[in-house]
Ligand binder design. Structure first.
Ligand code: CA
Length: 712
């Protein structure tokens, strides 16, 4: 109650204050949620305590808003003076009254659907930023846009990328000083990473920090690039791009005027292909501190030197002051994909500690003296493929963590997983919307010949999602909650001893922050991957979260326990909320009788290989769609008859299905078509005896998987 009273007073005094630099720096004492992770320290801890473990049974839905999409929703909304601003798929932006839910305005940047093929992991957007009377956001096709915060009208718009390269923006911008800062993605395809600061008034570039070196024929852009260039070899990296995209995390320390950026994986993934003569390949998989005013390099810490596994360090960065060995330290914390939880000194990048938060096989430990990981015998997959944990999805992906200053715990939306990594000896660079990973893509690759009925139950054992409460000082787990799906929501913690997380099974759940006891849940009717937020208006505390299944896993890997394909919504809760969600709106489409299957088994096998190389990124691993994009086994007679025109001539390009004629011949398209028809017939036949078939296989693989999983 004390907090509530205090925040009412603060709220009255700042309600009409400008959203300026000072108010953003002091966001901690604001009843809203002014910036991406509430404050510049990005801890996602709300000081609000009205909703607590004693009364949480009364928490109910206050209102909801349909975003009009069934693709993934990853945004963290922001709340300023009674208005909640958020973003949805295809980079649309929405403003609603934060108390009543009344729609105030929306803005559609009209991203060409054909650009969607350049998005590795769904056409998602992680939120907007605000300063003064403007709202800023990035678009999937690489634009940075400023809108009028009151009307939603376009103020300015600037293209931040080279449109001839497959760049995308999915991350939320941050406003620092009088600039808006944004990075980009595309490292699976082949781009050169950078982060840029734009003038908030004019949209003009103030500074740009490249994360990897460019063409050695030109002089390096900065001293940092001069240093980085010495850690790369060969000529593949700069032709493909090198990677190192800054596609999500940033944090800012106003006292030090340091901006911390998380840098992504290499393009291509396999280091032997990317930099055949070796080298650490700076600044891949690094946390880099740059001067926020000038964009100049200050320090870096590389979590995965010579990245070989898509181990990005773009995961959420939290700044907190921790008591370490009796000393108060200004720290920076991150749980990147590589499976180690890092605590650094944020003034100088010194490693304080690093321990495994999930099973890790690529390295035995991190040497505190050198600050470097010690790779295991299985780290090198250049000669033989290696089963490695974590997988390229990471021990933790983009879903934000939260740090509770009272419990001293960091809550991690973690994953346990493994993947077969390999290196090609015959790398061919495919420009445009194609992945260039440098992995072995011969048809014997197990990934290329996945039997979906086998994959799903196996995943239950190899791929797990869990909520971990982590003590960053002791570097050990305090408690954990196991989830039914691997892919789940980001986190919010409150100073009233609560942790909120949505999950892939469509539940929005609250736990006690100190013990992990499950104290409340609400059926959201759709898988949740976004992080919740909390705000207070007129003495009432609200919790808000976007519910919309999708993202990397949601789009491509069908999980039996996941709930997807429902309407993507913004859900807002308060004590005594009584709003009821409409019933599920995803009726099962009737199964059209597929055309007769081909008796050319070789063609079907080739089609399976080609599908799992080019098509699975949208249509699902093993032809099992997750409900977000068309399930090709359910293709209509009309689509079958137009197959070549769709795949090779791009007649559905305005819907997002672009032509693949640059990498597929007519014969290739025929093989893929035969594979789809074959799988459609399998599915059709299976449905006749579905129960017996699936249950038997589930039982077999359940037993087999349980035995194998002991070795994880
Ligand atoms: Ca990646």
């Amino acid at each position: 109650m004390r907090w509530t009273a205090l925040f009412c007073l603060v709220f009255i005094s700042v309600a009409h204050a400008d959203l300026d630099k000072i108010r953003l720096i002091n966001a901690e004492s604001d009843p809203g949620w002014l910036t991406h992770a509430r404050t510049y320290s990005e801890d996602r801890e709300s000081p609000l305590t009205q909703i607590n473990p004693d009364n949480i049974a009364d928490l109910g839905l206050a209102w909801y808003f349909d975003t009009g999409t069934k693709r993934g929703l990853e945004a963290s909304p922001i709340v300023i003076d009674g208005v909640i601003y958020t973003s949805g798929s295809w980079s649309k932006v929405f403003a609603n009254d934060a108390v009543s839910g009344t729609a105030l305005w929306s803005y559609d940047p009209e991203v060409p659907r054909s650009w969607g093929v350049n998005a590795c992991c769904d056409v998602v957007n992680r939120g907007v930023a605000a300063m003064g009377n403007r709202i800023f956001f990035g678009t999937i096709d690489g634009r940075l846009i400023a809108l009028n915060r009151e009307t939603g009208e376009l103020d300015w718009e600037t293209v931040t990328i080279d449109p001839s390269r497959p760049y995308t923006i999915t991350g939320a911008p941050r406003v620092v000083n009088d600039t808006v800062i944004i990075g980009n993605g595309g490292a699976e395809y082949g781009v050169r990473g950078y982060v840029s600061a734009y003038d908030i008034e004019t949209g003009k570039v103030r500074w740009r920090f490249y994360t990897v070196p460019g063409n050695p024929a030109f002089p390096p852009e900065s001293k940092a690039m001069e240093m980085a260039a010495k850690t790369w070899t060969g000529d593949v990296y700069w032709k493909v791009g090198g990677g190192g995209t800054v596609w999500d995390s940033m944090a800012y320390d106003p006292d030090l005027d340091l901006l911390y950026i998380g840098v992504g994986n290499g393009s291509p993934w396999s280091r032997k292909v990317r930099s055949p003569g070796g080298g650490d390949n700076l600044f891949l998989s690094s946390i880099v501190a740059v001067n926020a005013t000038t964009g100049t390099y200050v320090w870096h810490y590389q979590t995965t030197p010579a990245d070989n596994w898509d181990y990005t360090a773009t995961q959420h960065i939290i700044l907190a002051d921790l008591e370490v060995n009796g000393e108060r330290r200004k720290t920076l914390m991150q749980a990147p994909k590589n499976g180690f939880f890092y605590v650094l000194d944020r003034t100088n990048g010194e490693l304080i500690s690093a321990e495994k938060y999930v099973p890790v096989t690529w390295a035995t430990h991190v040497d505190i003296e050198t600050g470097r990981p010690v790779e295991s015998e299985t780290a090198d997959h250049s000669v033989e493929s290696q089963s490695t944990s974590p997988a390229s999805l990471g021990g933790h992906n983009w879903q934000p963590m939260a740090y509770n200053s009272a419990t001293g715990l960091v809550y991690i939306p973690a994953m346990q997983n493994m993947e077969e990594f390999s290196t090609t000896t015959d790398f061919q660079y495919n420009k445009g919307g194609h992945w260039n990973l440098g992995r072995n893509e011969n048809p014997d690759d197990p990934f290329a010949s996945i039997d979906p009925t086998m994959l799903l139950p196996m995943m239950k054992h190899f791929m797990r999602g869990r909520l971990i409460a982590w003590d960053p000082v002791e570097q050990e787990e305090a408690w954990r909650v196991e989830h039914a799906t691997m892919w789940n929501g980001g986190l919010l913690t409150t100073r009233s001893n609560l942790v909120f997380q949505g999950n892939g099974s469509g539940k929005f759940v609250a736990y006690r922050a100190d013990t992990g006891e499950r104290v409340w849940e609400h059926d959201a009717g759709n898988g949740i991957i976004a992080p919740p937020i909390s705000y207070e208006i007129d003495g009432e505390q609200y919790i808000a979260v976007m519910a919309g299944w999708g993202g990397a896993v949601g789009l491509i890997i069908a999980q039996p326990e996941a709930v997807g394909g429902g309407s993507g919504r913004l859900l807002v809760y308060k004590l005594g909320g009584k709003t009821v969600l409409p019933a599920s709106d995803a009726p099962q489409a009737p199964f059209p009788i597929p055309p007769p299957r081909s008796d050319d088994e070789e063609s079907v096998a080739r089609g399976s290989f080609l599908y799992n190389k080019h098509c699975f990124r949208c249509h699902g691993v093993g032809l099992v769609s997750t409900g977000l994009v068309v399930d090709l086994r359910y293709m209509t007679e009309a689509s079958h008859s137009l197959f070549d025109d769709i795949v090779l001539k791009g007649i559905f390009s305005p819907l997002g299905m672009v032509s693949f004629a640059d990498v597929l011949s007519t014969d290739d398209a025929d093989d893929i078509h035969n594979y789809i028809i074959d799988s459609a017939n399998n599915k059709y036949d299976d449905d006749q005896s579905f129960e017996w078939w699936i249950n038997t296989r589930l039982w077999v693989y359940d037993k087999l998987g349980a035995v194998i999983s002991i070795f994880l």
